[in-house]
Design a protein around this ligand. Structure first.
Ligand code: ZN
Ligand code: CU
Length: 493
């Protein structure tokens, strides 16, 4: 069993290998067979059906997008162009309290579940049905899934502007347990949104209780990212301690001008808590956020760009203050007339974004919104922007550290076993890119643009994207939470 086979399906030769652990690059050849990495080293005596000359370009584990809203996109647009063109090989769906399953809608999806699609996109009353649909769609990327607290609330409750009763919590727990037994990665919440804001911490704590036995985790779009952010972080820690589960704070940011400059304080809180319990966070590399239009954020102190509006689609791309001026009304009134709508909020300081992005506990996640007609450019640009703009051009962090934040850190934290590193025996999710050319091309004005410098992407050993074009192969599938490897999972935090 220890004689080394010398034939591969694919051989990538002469690469600068970034193995995902944060180690500096080394020149290596990598062999792939049957979807796995079977050899790493000098493989000049190997044969392969396909040989790819890396010519000193960077080879890294395929990127893991830990924060997506691709729940229905992986089924409806399985080619997954916005992600595969960035070198992303695995997406985690179900963030911010909203998931496509398990969901049985009684009417239109409540805000912000409408980010995932309209009523007819929600066809998965059980998590098992969702898993089946993902695999039947044969997406180009692997798909891991969280279960949204708001989605569970919408199943069990007649109205969302109140706390759930004990009976409703039992109903939510039963649905969460079904999902966990079918490989869901954990529970997400979106406590800032009106559809979950009335849920007391105790409701989330009770719902989080089954996670530990399943080796799952809790992620949260916190109750606020504005002035009371430290309290919101404490709430997240409290849920983690109560349920004995790791916590991921989603898209950590200091939102709103009165909150700018507080990232140091925020990270100090995170570090303090990390001494007591496993906690991490993700962030996207931009100083503007995006979601549905929230009238509470229409205060006049920041610019807000409208990206879509059901009654006024012609206003997409305009600032709300311009629309208000055009209509001769206040910004609040304009916001009301535009609803339901989507928005980009110019609500972060660049210094804070940089400090949070470069913190060792921070993973990269796009938070991209694939159903938005004028999506925030993070949908197509997040990963190459970290590699090109922040690591190479701004020298904010070494390239190997940028890669770690997109690969091994993410895989360990979310329990995606045998992914996130270039290692013998691991799944052959790989990206070949040019460190000199890699660059995000998506902009706020023109956001649906493939990145430059991502030269080849393999998913489960299958070449899926090469030289700016998809190959037509789609080799992704649903990935279940890995068997608990406790040492590993905690080491990652
Ligand atoms: Zn969110
Ligand atoms: Cu999100």
């Amino acid at each position: 069993m220890h004689s080394h086979p010398e034939a591969a399906d694919t051989l990538i030769v002469g690469a600068q290998l970034y193995d995902g652990t944060g180690a500096p690059p080394v020149e290596r050849d990598v062999a792939i067979r049957d979807g796995r990495i079977v050899a790493i080293g000098n493989l000049s005596n190997w044969l392969a059906e396909e040989v790819i000359e890396a010519n000193g370009r960077a080879l890294a584990p395929g990127f893991i997008d830990v924060h997506t809203h691709d729940d229905t996109h992986v089924i409806q647009s399985p080619q997954m162009l916005p992600k595969i063109t960035q070198g992303v090989t695995t997406v985690i769906v179900g963030n911010c309290g909203i998931s496509a399953s398990p969901v049985s809608l009684k009417g239109d999806p409540p805000d912000p579940m409408n980010l995932l699609g309209e009523r007819d996109a929600f066809q998965y009353p059980t998590f098992a049905a969702y898993v089946e649909a993902v695999n039947a769609a044969r997406p180009a990327v692997n798909v891991g899934a969280l279960i949204g607290h708001t989605a569970l609330r919408s199943n069990q409750m007649d109205r969302l502007d109140r706390a759930a009763t004990a009976e409703e919590i039992d109903g939510m727990r039963a649905q969460l347990e079904e999902a966990l037994s079918n490989g869901a990665l954990g529970l997400s919440s979106g406590l800032a949104y009106g559809s979950a804001f009335s849920a007391p911490t105790e409701e989330v704590m009770a719902l989080a209780e089954p996670l530990a036995a399943a080796g799952a985790l809790y992620t949260t779009h916190m109750r606020t990212e504005f002035d009371a952010i430290l309290d919101a972080m404490d709430e997240a820690y409290r849920v983690g301690r109560h349920a004995h589960v790791p916590v991921v704070i989603s898209h950590l940011k200091c939102a709103g001008p009165s909150n700018w400059g507080r990232s140091e304080e925020v990270l100090k809180s995170l570090e303090g808590a990390r001494r007591l319990q496993p906690i991490g966070c993700d962030c996207y590399p931009y100083n503007r956020s995006s979601s549905t239009l929230d009238l509470k954020q229409v205060t006049g102190d920041i610019d807000i760009t409208i990206t879509w509006s059901e009654p006024h689609p012609e206003m997409a791309g305009k600032l709300i203050k311009e629309i208000a001026a055009e209509w001769g009304v206040t910004q609040q009134e304009a916001g009301k007339r535009l609803q339901p709508a989507g928005a980009v909020y110019h609500n972060m300081s660049e210094d804070d974004v940089r400090r949070i992005l470069s913190h060792p506990a921070t993973m990269v996640g796009s938070d991209g919104l694939p159903n938005d007609p004028l999506p925030h450019p993070r949908l197509w640009g997040a990963f190459p922007r970290v590699l090109g703009h922040y690591a190479r051009d701004a020298k904010l962090l070494p390239l190997e550290e940028a890669v770690r934040k997109m690969t091994s850190l993410s895989a360990q934290r979310f329990g995606l076993t045998q992914r996130g590193e270039v290692r013998i025996g691991y799944h052959a999710d790989l990206v070949l890119f040019d460190p000199a050319r890699v660059r995000d091309a998506a902009t706020f004005e023109n956001p649906q643009q493939a990145a430059d410098g991502i030269d080849a992407v393999w998913v489960n050993g299958v070449l899926t994207y090469r030289d700016g074009a998809v190959t037509g192969e789609r080799a992704g599938h649903f990935v279940a939470r890995g068997a608990a490897s406790k040492g590993d999972a905690h080491g990652a935090f």
